[in-house]
Design a protein around this ligand. Structure first.
Ligand code: SF4
Length: 187
């Protein structure tokens, strides 16, 4: 069976800030996170296929996650000028999504069928097709981790990953769910 060590060796070459492997049974879900989505705290609610309501109820999202046994949570931490540096935040998010693509490529080379969750919204197309047409790139569209009802702050703590990396630093998270036994080499 493909060893996690082999994946780790490849992942360590990427500019990931911190990471942890976890079991999906240890995922921290909360209905409250969805309430924040509905209050449109990040401004992405109902704007794309990657966010609620398009991704379904918290229960549906949780069920989807539970089809996987294993998870890989990771962060990037990027310096910005100050908390009003919107361009800095946007650039940091773009870099994080680019890195997520690279991590996904490694996992896809080794495992069949992944569920990939990342930052809020979707940055793939300039204009999202939501809600009129289906998503143009379902393979590149990563739903929002918190949109899925995962309490990232608590999840990070449980995984010994820092949620906050200090002043003027933006920390973004992605989560890849997979099944170790579902590796492409076969067991
Ligand atoms: S890939 Fe394009 S169509 Fe699909 S959710 Fe993202 S922006 Fe929308």
């Amino acid at each position: 069976m493909m060893s996690i060590c082999n994946i780790e060796a490849e992942i360590k070459l990427l500019p990931i800030h911190e990471y942890a492997f976890l079991k999906s049974e240890d995922l921290v879900f909360s209905e409250e996170v969805r309430i924040l989505c509905e209050k449109n705290q990040c401004g992405m609610y109902g704007t794309c296929w990657a966010c609620p309501p398009a991704i379904g109820s918290i229960e549906e999202c949780r069920k989807q996650c539970m089809q996987y046994e294993d998870g890989f949570l990771f962060t990037t931490a990027t310096k910005v000028k100050n908390r009003f540096d919107m361009q800095g935040w946007l650039d940091a998010r773009k870099e994080h999504e680019k890195l997520t693509d690279q991590v996904v490529k490694i996992f896809r080379a080794h495992y069949k069928d992944l569920l990939i969750l990342s930052t809020e919204g979707c940055m793939v197309c300039k204009n999202c097709t939501y809600p009129d047409e289906p998503c143009r790139f379902p393979d590149r569209m990563y739903p929002a981790t918190e949109g899925y009802g995962i309490l990232v702050m608590q999840q990070a703590k449980l995984c010994s990953i820092k949620y906050n990396n200090g002043p003027n630093t933006v920390t973004y998270f992605s989560l890849i769910l997979f099944n170790r036994r579902n590796n492409k080499e076969g067991s």
